[in-house]
Design a protein around this ligand. Structure first.
Ligand SMILES: NC(=O)c1ccc[n+]([C@@H]2O[C@H](COP(=O)([O-])OP(=O)(O)OC[C@H]3O[C@@H](n4cnc5c(N)ncnc54)[C@H](O)[C@@H]3O)[C@@H](O)[C@H]2O)c1
Length: 224
C-alpha cells in the first residue's frame, strides 16, 4: 500500500486493458491519477471508479500522436493535480497484421505515430515537470515483440523495438535529473487489443489463444 502516495501519475491509453489496470493499481497505491485516452466514455468510467473507491483521478481526452494535445494535457494536469511524477506510456495499437510486402505506408505510419511518436511526445512534455519536481519515473510499454521476432504484425515489432532503445537512451539522458526510464516487455495478456488481433487472425479465438500460448512458450525458452 501507498508505494506511490501523493505522486501524480499520468497513464496514456488508460481506458482499457493494461492501461486501465495500471490506473486502478496506481490509485490503490496512493497516486493521484490522470487517466488519458481517446475512448472518452471508458476513460471517464475508470476515473469515476477510482474516485468512488476513495482515490483521486480525472479523465482527459488525449490522442498521443498529436503534440498540441500532449502539451496542453500535461499543462492541464499540472494545474489540476500537480506536475506529473510518474508517466506510463501505455497507449499502443497492434496495427496491420499482414506480411511486410503487403503493409501500406499509411498502416506503417499509423503504428509508428501511436506507438513510437506517442512515447516520444509524452516523454518530451513530461520532462520539465519532472525536473521541477526533482525527479520522476517513466514506464514505457514495449513488448516481448520488442525483444524477439515472430512472423506477424511487422510494424508493431519495429515500433516496440524502437521503444526499447528510446527507453535506454532516455534513461541515460535523464538519470542526472533523477528521472528513471524503463521499458517493460509483457508476453501475451488477454486484453481488447489481443482479442482484436485474434478476431482478424482467420482462426477461431480458441485456436488463436493456443497459438499465442505456443509463441510465448518458445520466447520464454530463448535467452535475451
Ligand atoms: N496485451 C498484451 O498482450 C500486450 C503485450 C505486450 C505489450 N502490450 C502493450 O501494452 C499496451 C497496452 O496494451 P493493451 O493490450 O492493454 O491494449 P488495448 O487495446 O486493450 O488498450 C489500449 C488503450 O490505448 C488506447 N489508445 C489506442 N490508440 C491511442 C492513441 N492514439 N492515443 C491515446 N490512446 C490510444 C485505446 O483506446 C485503449 O484504451 C500497448 O502499448 C501494447 O502494445 C500489450
Amino acid at each position: 500500500m501507498n508505494r506511490v502516495k501523493n505522486k501524480i501519475a499520468l497513464v496514456t491509453g488508460g481506458a482499457l486493458g493494461l492501461g486501465r489496470a495500471t490506473c486502478l493499481l496506481l490509485a490503490r497505491e496512493g497516486a493521484r491519477v490522470a487517466v488519458t485516452d481517446v475512448r472518452d466514455e471508458e476513460g471517464r468510467a475508470v476515473a469515476e471508479e477510482i474516485n468512488r473507491a476513495g482515490g483521486t483521478a480525472r479523465y482527459w481526452h488525449l490522442e498521443v500522436a498529436d503534440e498540441a494535445q500532449v502539451k496542453s494535457t500535461f499543462a492541464q494536469v499540472a494545474t489540476a493535480l500537480g506536475p506529473v511524477n510518474v508517466l506510463v506510456n501505455n497507449a499502443g495499437i497492434a496495427g496491420a497484421n499482414k506480411p511486410t510486402d503487403q503493409v501500406t505506408v499509411e498502416e506503417w505510419d499509423r503504428v509508428m505515430n501511436v506507438n513510437v511518436k506517442g512515447v516520444f511526445l509524452c516523454t518530451k512534455h513530461a520532462i520539465a515537470g519532472m525536473r521541477q519536481a526533482g525527479g520522476g519515473s517513466i514506464i514505457n510499454l514495449s513488448s516481448i515483440y520488442g525483444l524477439v521476432g515472430a512472423p506477424d504484425v511487422p510494424p508493431y515489432h519495429a515500433s516496440k523495438g524502437a521503444v526499447r532503445l528510446m527507453s535506454k537512451t532516455d534513461a541515460l539522458l535523464f538519470a542526472k535529473d533523477g528521472i528513471r526510464v524503463n521499458s517493460i516487455h509483457p508476453g501475451y495478456i488477454w486484453t481488447p487489443m489481443v482479442e482484436g488481433v485474434g478476431q482478424g487472425s482467420g482462426v477461431s479465438l480458441e485456436d488463436f489463444r493456443k497459438q499465442v500460448g505456443a509463441v510465448v512458450q518458445v520466447c520464454a525458452r530463448k535467452p535475451f
